[in-house]
Structures are given as C-alpha cells and as structure tokens.
Design a protein around this ligand. Structure first.
Ligand code: AMP
Length: 285
C-alpha cells in the first residue's frame, strides 16, 4: 500500500498520534533519500517490531560543508516512495528545508568530543548538523524506536550519546552494514563513482577484512593495523586516504593496543567522492 506522505510538522504529528491512539508502536528510519537496500534493511528491522513505520526523507543542509555535495545529492523521490510502499512504510515525512529551519532558526545540538574526531576532522560541523536534525525529527515524529545503520558508525555512536544525555524517550537500534556482492558498503553516494572508481572502491572492504584477519591472528598494535590499511589504499589507483583509525567504540579515542570493543574505521576519497566503511570488533585478551 502507498504510504501517507506528509510535508508539515502538524500533519506528521497528527498521523503518528492516530497510530499511537490505535495502540501501535512507532518505528522511525531517518534518511536523506536515494534509498537502497541498506535503507530497506532498516525499514525491515522497524517493520519487525513496530506496527507503524515512519521514514523521513530530508537532505539536511545543516550537515553539509560549503564545498560538499548538497546541491547534487541524488533526490529520486518517486523511486524512494515506491521502495517505501514495497517495504510496508506507513508514513513518509518529506519536509522542505524551511519547514525544518524556518527563518530565524537559531538552535544547534553539539555532542562534544565524539563529534570532533574521525569524520568530524574533515567534515567540521557535520555531526552538529546531524544531531540537530535528528533531535528535531525525534520531536516531530515522537517514535518509540529509531533505526540507524552501523555504516555510519560515528553518527550512530553520537546519536546514542545524545539520546542518553538528553533523556530522549527513544530506543535506538543499530543495524548491520549492507554490502554489494563485492563487499562495497551500499551508499547513496556510490552513484558518483565512475566505472573504474567503483571497481577500486572495494579497497575499503578489502582493507577492513585484512585488518580483521590480522586481529584474529593476534595483531594488537593499532599502528601496525592502520598502516596495513593505509598501504592497501595507497596501492589503489584513484584512491586517497582520508583516515584509517582504530578507536575505542565508546569514546572514539585512538587506541595504541587493540582491546575491548574496537571500531576500525576508514574514509577514502575517489576524486571528490568520499566513502566510509568500518568494522566493529570485540577483542578479548
Ligand atoms: P543516509 O540516507 O545516507 O543518511 O542514511 C540513512 C540511514 O541508513 C543511516 O542510519 C545510515 O547509517 C543507514 N545506511 C546507509 N547505508 C547503509 C548500509 N549500506 N547498510 C546499513 N545501513 C545503511
């Protein structure tokens, strides 16, 4: 069935209130659209535990830097609605930027420290923009559960911290990364890649797989592991490393020795296109 499409705060709240009035649990999947199988997996996870699933499609200007791809970010709205219909989404919230940021808008949410490392280094202000829009979307949709992808691991960690710090009445679920057959993590930005870049882009998954294998084999030096990943990227035509990092999952601080819940994260440029990927490991010694 086709989902209801809302563009205003009032209409969204009204539809959600009606669902709650009928005793339904509300699951929420925030997205920027250009939906793919990764988004579909979040929607399926939401459908499995919630009677009423809301997807937001909003390309959030506040999380793009001045030199980034806000204007050219793909916006295939009709295709997205078709995917939502297929996946059993009840409501698509599709606001215009002025609905979210009306004239005179002033407030911004910062999740200190966690926002400044990894992707925050090359994308200053990005996570403040993400936290701000997600808090607003939570206040508009008022979901019981919200679903995010491990693909954007730092984002998930920051939002988890925001939910805890601000006592938000939302339960967060983090869902596994969905990949193409050759290992490349699905991303709306993959469409920017040329045929050759697309082939070489598997280096992120290959590097993470290699690092994972080395950890399994007993390597505990974070520096040695990041160097291996960096070398693989350096040997790949068209690839330029932004960062390779081995960090503690909770603090996102760089580790010397791999131990506990460890996030291994990579960001690699192909031309102007920046791809990210990661693996979360539990290392017991
Ligand atoms: P985006 O539309 O890129 O802002 O992503 C919306 C949500 O989908 C975020 O929670 C992402 O982490 C998640 N997501 C994006 N790509 C994937 C993927 N390949 N696997 C799992 N989740 C994903």
């Amino acid at each position: 069935m086709a989902p209801l499409i809302t563009t205003t705060v009032a209409a969204t709240r009204e539809a959600v209130a009606q669902a709650k009035g009928r005793g339904m649990r509300v699951g929420f999947v925030p997205t920027m659209g250009a939906l793919h199988e990764g988004h579909a997996s979040l929607i399926r996870a939401a459908r499995a535990e919630c009677g009423f699933v809301v997807v937001s499609i909003f390309v959030n200007p506040a999380q793009f830097g001045p030199q980034e791809d806000l204007a050219r970010y793909p916006r295939p709205f009709e295709q997205d609605v078709a995917l939502c219909a297929q996946a059993g989404v009840a409501l698509v919230f599709h606001p215009q930027p002025q609905v979210i940021y009306p004239p005179g808008y002033k407030t911004r949410v910062e999740v200190r420290e966690l926002q400044d490392v990894l992707c925050g280094t090359s994308r200053p202000g990005h996570f403040g923009g993400v936290a701000t829009v997600v808090l607003k979307l939570f206040n508009i949709v008022q979901p019981d559960l919200a679903y995010f992808g491990q693909k954007d691991a730092q984002q998930a960690r920051i939002l988890e911290q925001m939910i805890e710090d601000l006592n938000l009445p939302v339960t967060m679920r983090i869902c596994p990364i969905v990949r193409a057959d050759d290992g490349l993590a699905l991303s709306s930005r993959n469409v920017y890649l040329s045929v050759e870049e697309r082939q070489h882009a598997t280096v992120l998954f290959r590097a993470l797989t290699d690092v994972h294998r080395r950890v399994d084999a007993g390597e505990r030096s974070a520096a040695a592991l990041t160097q291996c990943a960096a070398d693989l990227v350096a040997g790949t035509p068209g690839a330029r490393l932004d960062y390779a990092a081995v960090v503690d999952w909770r603090t996102l601080r760089t580790l010397d020795v791999v131990s506990g819940q460890v996030l291994i994260a990579l960001a690699v440029y192909f031309g102007p296109t920046r791809l990210i990927d990661n693996v979360l490991l539990e290392v017991k010694d």
